[in-house]
Design a protein around this ligand. Structure first.
Ligand code: AMP
Length: 172
């Protein structure tokens, strides 16, 4: 993972002043780093019986799709409001400034599914906590949670439900 870490770029003051944005596009565009991320995710989840990978818009779609393909699982997008074409269920959550909402197709997950929800970066955890609650409301057998990068200082892990098995490939 040191190689992948060396390919992640820090962007200061993006998208607003004071934020150090972990830009993973520089890792995704590097063939060896992308392969390493995919291999590592597969290693973590290959024996868990995963049937669906849920990716959070939009950076969770990239490695989430790689993982779904490798596991012979399906891929399900969680998106911002108004983007999904069929019936959806939605969840609102508090952000630093104001509220945000995410959606999933209401027929995307069944009670027979074993799910891993994936996003690129765990920051404050609000987005993943909302995605977890969305998926949980559809009663799958089990939900795992995964990130490529975890920003430990922001304490996002603490607001995720205790029963969520959270893994991150890289921590800062
Ligand atoms: P969160 O604060 O955990 O709800 O993060 C919200 C979304 O923004 C997640 O999809 C993260 O991937 C992304 N994000 C938040 N902070 C950062 C950061 N410092 N670098 C890169 N992505 C971030």
């Amino acid at each position: 993972m040191e190689y992948v870490k060396s390919k992640i770029r820090d962007i200061l003051d993006f998208p607003q002043k004071g934020i150090v944005f972990k830009d993973l596009t520089t890792a995704f565009k590097d063939p060896q780093a992308l392969k390493k991320i995919g291999d590592e995710l597969l290693q973590l989840y290959r024996d868990k019986g995963i049937t669906k990978v849920v990716g959070i818009e939009s950076r969770g779609f990239i490695a989430g799709s790689v993982l779904a393909y490798g596991l012979n699982a399906g891929f399900v997008p969680v998106r911002k409001p108004g983007k999904l074409p069929a019936d959806t269920i939605s969840m609102s959550y508090d952000k630093e400034y104001g509220k945000d909402t995410i959606e999933i197709h209401s027929d995307a997950i069944t009670e027979d599914d074993i799910v891993v929800i994936h996003d690129d970066v765990l920051a404050t955890g609000g987005t993943m906590a909302a995605a977890y609650n969305l998926v949980k409301s559809m009663n799958p057998k089990k939900i795992y949670v995964n990130f490529i990068v975890e920003l430990e200082m922001l304490g996002g892990r603490a607001i995720l439900p205790a029963e969520a098995e959270v893994t991150s490939l890289i921590t800062y």
